[in-house]
Design a binder for this molecule. Structure first.
Ligand code: AMP
Length: 490
């Protein structure tokens, strides 16, 4: 069964949601349902299973959380007894970041109701999570592995779950969660409503749906694998891998990139590129799978409030992250899997905002770019850039490449990147971390609130720098532009 948009309500009052949910929607500033919300909310309310495909950043979370809250509201209790708060709905997510984000939204929508929500994910001490679960929680958002740990420890019972959501199911399969999903599914009541959301409907996803869903209604609000029309995609080509980092610095400056997530393919590259950017006086941090959960959450919080405007990420961060108004995504490396390109650039241009996706390619990337073009049905024309490598290359990389230190091209670099009086060139590499970053890291790692459940307050000044900040910027854009020689390939 495939749903059409013809009869979908055009405002939130048309869904007949409880006044407490309606109030939370208004407070969230939503006036018009997004296409996935307009189509999915009535179907979920009517009790059908759903197999939904929606473009990233289209309001998918509210499309399942709002109707689920509506359904469990009549069962909600104001009692303090844990027994009166059994788990009624379970949302499974592939990554900790997505789980935290879904939980933030769920908490926001449920805040005027007695429904209790919690999020559990790995990489954090299990005990505080167990303590919260034992108090009774109606809606749980979890990553599969940690949920199984809680089940094994007897911290939770899932025998009253009436609603299950598999969010980003394709990613869960990619990440090898199928055995964990099967184990969880085995302890859930057979009588339940199951909603499955996936960016793609691969044969594996269809098999999963056949195994665990009951005649689901298929809802497709966007062409599969399509990239958002709000995103301007530009490809820059460089002749050689060795100058990619310099080209990146050039692009950041020349294209006025105020905030961006930069994707690389390996953790090693994430670390090294971050160090390179920091040495070029670009305020960057990295987020990847090897960091502790506290580190990742701290970095994400700093990026979200724009204290750190550049985030270098591996694909582990590509899915699910919602940074409202994030203006730009940069593919420093093209992903090996073309579908990851769609997910990466889906971090920008969310909820109707405009976004930019810049990719840096070398001749070795031709096959990857062709696969992306085919998947997204996009024709790419690359713009060749010839970075003034020496001018943008910090001292360490120049010495790694054994460039002669007396090279005349070094001189403008030395002048333009001259450290402030209280820093010598020798201490440039000692500590690159902003004291505010250190403070936040300490605060979060010592926090007694591992669930990180304070709703995120988006920054209202994301893309705007004050004149004072602009004055402090180490590189003036006009000067940088003079160092760049972009050329357009026919
Ligand atoms: P999601 O795709 O669920 O990650 O949502 C992407 C962003 O859209 C989030 O910041 C939501 O708060 C926001 N959002 C969700 N629904 C609406 C809506 N109807 N109107 C405006 N923004 C929305």
């Amino acid at each position: 069964m495939t749903q059409t948009a013809n009869t979908a309500p055009t405002d939130f009052t048309g869904f007949g949601l409880d006044a407490r949910l309606q109030r939370a929607i208004e407070e969230s500033g939503y006036t018009t349902p997004t296409p996935i919300q307009a189509q999915a909310i009535p179907v979920v309310l009517s009790g059908h299973d759903v197999m939904g495909s929606a473009q990233t950043g289209t309001g998918k979370t509210a499309s399942f959380v709002l109707p689920l809250l509506q359904k469990i509201l009549p069962l909600a209790s104001a009692s303090t007894s844990p027994a009166r708060h059994p788990v009624r709905a379970l949302v499974l997510c592939p990554t900790r970041e997505l789980a935290v984000q879904v939980a933030d939204n769920a908490q926001k929508y449920a805040k005027h109701t007695p429904i209790r929500t919690a999020v559990v994910f790995g990489g954090m001490d299990i005990k505080p999570q167990a303590a919260i679960l034992r108090t009774g929680v109606e809606l749980i958002i979890a990553t599969p592995g940690r949920l199984l740990d809680h089940l094994e420890q007897g911290n939770i019972s899932l025998n009253q779950v009436g609603y299950l959501v598999l969010d980003e199911a394709d990613r869960m399969l990619d990440m090898g969660f199928l055995p964990d999903l099967q184990r969880i599914m085995n302890v859930l009541p057979k009588q339940r409503q199951t909603l499955l959301f996936s960016a793609t409907f691969s044969p594996e996803i269809r098999k999963l749906a056949e195994s665990y869903q009951n005649h689901p209604v298929t809802i497709e609000t966007a062409q599969r694998n399509a990239t958002s029309t709000n995103i301007t995609q530009t490809v820059y080509s460089v002749a050689d891998k060795a100058v990619k980092r310099s080209a990146l610095v050039q692009l950041i400056q020349e294209q006025n990139v105020e905030q961006a997530m930069i994707f690389v393919n390996t953790k090693v590259e994430a670390r090294e590129l971050t160090r390179f950017l920091q040495r070029a006086r670009i305020n960057a941090q990295t987020i990847h799978g090897d960091q502790t959960q506290a580190e990742r959450l701290a970095t994400l919080a700093l990026f979200k409030d724009n204290s750190v405007p550049i985030l270098v990420a591996t694909d582990v961060a590509a899915r699910g992250l919602d940074i409202p108004a994030m203006p730009c995504v940069i593919n420093f490396d093209l992903p090996y899997n073309a579908e990851d390109y769609v997910h990466r650039i889906g971090r920008t241009g969310r909820a109707g905002a405009q976004g930019r996706a810049l990719s840096i390619v070398t001749p070795y990337d031709d096959k990857l770019l062709a696969a992306i073009a085919k998947l997204t049905k996009t024709e790419f024309t690359s713009i060749a850039i010839v970075p003034q490598a020496a001018a943008f290359t910090p001292r360490t990389e120049r010495s790694e490449r054994a460039a002669p230190r007396s090279d005349r091209a070094d001189k403008p670099f030395e002048r333009r990147y001259k450290a402030p009086d209280n820093h010598s060139h020798t201490n440039r590499r000692v500590s690159t971390e902003d004291p505010e970053v250190t403070r936040l890291r300490r605060k979060i790692s010592l926090s007694n609130d591992p669930f990180f459940n304070k709703p995120y307050q988006p920054s209202t000044h994301v893309a705007v720098k004050t004149s004072e900040q602009a004055h402090e910027a180490p590189l003036r854009k006009a000067k940088v532009a003079a160092l760049c020689t972009p050329k357009t390939k026919a």
